[in-house]
Every structure is written in C-alpha cells, then in structure tokens.
Design a protein. Structure first.
Length: 310
C-alpha cells in the first residue's frame, strides 16, 4: 500500500487539546474518524529506523491503524489525546468528568460541523454516555457510529492484584499534591498480548498522574453508567448509535470476559474478538483484520445515515 498520507500534529483552539491528523492526499469522504486515546498515552510518532513491512506512518501506541483508516476510508483521521496529556507532566495529568467532557468536545471541534465516526479506546470508552446523550438530544445527530475498543469495565478491575495499587489509589484521592510518577500501568507488558513478537522499545505509557484523579477513576463502572442511561431516557437508547465492540482476548488491563458481558448486554451481534491481541491491539500481528472490521462497521454506519436522510 502506498503512503499517500499527510501527517501533522496540533492543539485545538477551543479546548487546547493535543491531536494528530492523518489525511489522505485524495479525500473521497466527508465523514472523518476521530480516535479518543486512553489514559497516559503520549501521541508520539515512531522513530525512523523502526522495521515495518510497509510504508505507513506509525505512532508508538496506535501503530499504523490511523494511517490505514485514512487510506481505506478516504477521509481524515484524528487522534485526540486525553486533556491531561496535553501539557508537561507537572502541569496536569488530571482525569475527571471535566477532562472527559473536554476530550469529547475536542472531537466535535475537529469535525468542524461534519458528521463523524468515533473510536473510543480504553479510558475514553467511559465517554460513551456522552455520545448517546448527544445523539438523542441533538437533531440532526452528528455521530454516525462508534467502536468501543478495550472497554473499561471498572478501574478496580485494572488495579486489583497489582502489588497494592488499589490501596494506594484509595489513599491518593485525599491528597491535594502535584502530579507524581506513579502510574501503575506504564510498562508495555500490560498493554501487549501474550504472544506479541513485535516490541517497540520506544514506547511506554507516561508515568505521571495527578493523585486527585483517583476519586473519579475509582468510581468508573461502564455497565452501571449505561444502565443509568436506560433509566434516564426510558427507551431504546442504542438504536440511533451503531456500536461495535472490539475485545482483545489477551487484554491484561480489563478482563476480556467482563468486556464480553457488557457487549452481550447491549449488543448481541456487534462485537469482534481480536485474537492473540492485548489491550493495545493496534500493534498486534493481526491488527489489519481488526481494522478491516472497524472500517466495515464505519462504512455501514455512514450508509445507514445516508438512507435516513433520503
């Protein structure tokens, strides 16, 4: 596959959040894809000399997936950092309902009033209720569909059994101090699958975290938050937002079986199990198969919208 991609980075004017942009030189679709990055993920392009089998632009975390999406869909792809990752370590590293909302607003800002397809990964899957509410309360809705990738079950699931980190987070929420280099999942081994052969020595998650984040993080529960939405709207809240679940079967951060139960509860058929893939499936050996499934779902979502407006 030829490159044919324009790549740049920037910071949005409205929300002041860092983003990457992958744009095909030949744009054939007016529906961009926006990927919301997870916790402590720095948006860094891979260094020259990293061996690959193609000429696609790669980032340390998302690999060649954004570039592949841009080429295959014919539309720009934006990767949006967490707001807490949009400054130097000593300035923020805060995660809260406000930063969650800001990341979502950044996606809308980058779309510039166009329809968009969204991919939520890891911590950003907790933004799903905002997407549902936006599509119900905004007419016409702008989000044509979404992929939930490596879905958060609960933060407690990710911390239990990790050498006292859950107890540390329970204590940290009461301290008003600057960010500290104590993020427990910074090592690449937690993000890759069991049999990943391709290791990127340049990548680790950022170590810094604001202890005040712990209060919000410890309360996260995706199943409960979506159930609350059902009660709020008292109707089928999912029919107007086609959703695909991508579940890595070797996820070491959030239990794949618990992710499957969330997907089964909401969508019986719209799920894809990424085989031999870890939490960061974007660099697994079979990343192209998973990406192709997302592209298929994205295209069907766009076609569905076109039928609705005819």
């Amino acid at each position: 596959m030829s490159q044919n991609i324009c790549y740049n980075t920037g910071k949005t004017k409205g929300t002041e959040v860092v983003f990457e942009k992958y744009e095909p030189k030949e744009v054939t679709s007016n529906v961009p894809t926006v990927i919301l990055a997870g916790m402590n993920v720095p948006l860094i392009r891979q260094r020259n000399g990293y061996k690959t089998t193609d000429d696609l632009i790669r980032s340390n975390y998302f690999g060649a997936v954004p570039a592949e999406l841009a080429v295959e869909t014919g539309a720009p792809v934006f990767v949006v950092a967490q707001p807490g990752m949009s400054g130097k370590p000593h300035k923020s590293r805060l995660y809260s309902p406000e930063t969650q909302q800001k990341q979502f607003e950044t996606a809308l800002e980058l779309a510039e009033d166009r329809n968009l397809y969204m991919i939520l990964h890891s911590l950003s899957t907790t933004t799903y209720p905002q997407l549902i509410s936006h599509n119900i309360e905004t007419n016409p809705s702008k989000i044509v569909g979404t992929t939930m990738s490596s879905t958060v079950t609960t933060t407690r699931d990710a911390l239990e059994g990790r050498n006292g980190w859950l107890a540390l987070f329970n204590i940290a929420q009461y301290f008003d101090i600057p960010p500290v280099p104590l993020y427990p999942l910074h090592d690449q081994k937690w993000h890759d699958g069991n049999e990943d052969e391709t290791r990127n020595p340049n990548w680790k998650a950022d170590r810094w975290i604001n202890p005040k984040s712990a209060k919000w993080l410890l309360g996260l529960d995706t199943k409960r938050s979506i159930t609350d939405l059902k009660w709020k709207y008292c109707r089928d809240i999912f029919s107007n937002l086609p959703t695909l679940f991508v579940i890595p079967d070797a996820d070491k951060v959030f239990d794949p079986e618990k992710q499957l139960r969330i997907a089964d509860l909401l969508f019986k058929e719209e799920k894809y199990v990424a085989e031999n893939a870890g939490h960061r499936w974007f660099t697994s050996d079979r990343w192209r198969e998973t990406t192709a499934r997302i592209i298929e779902h994205r295209d069907k979502s766009v076609q569905r919208l076109e039928r609705l407006v005819e």
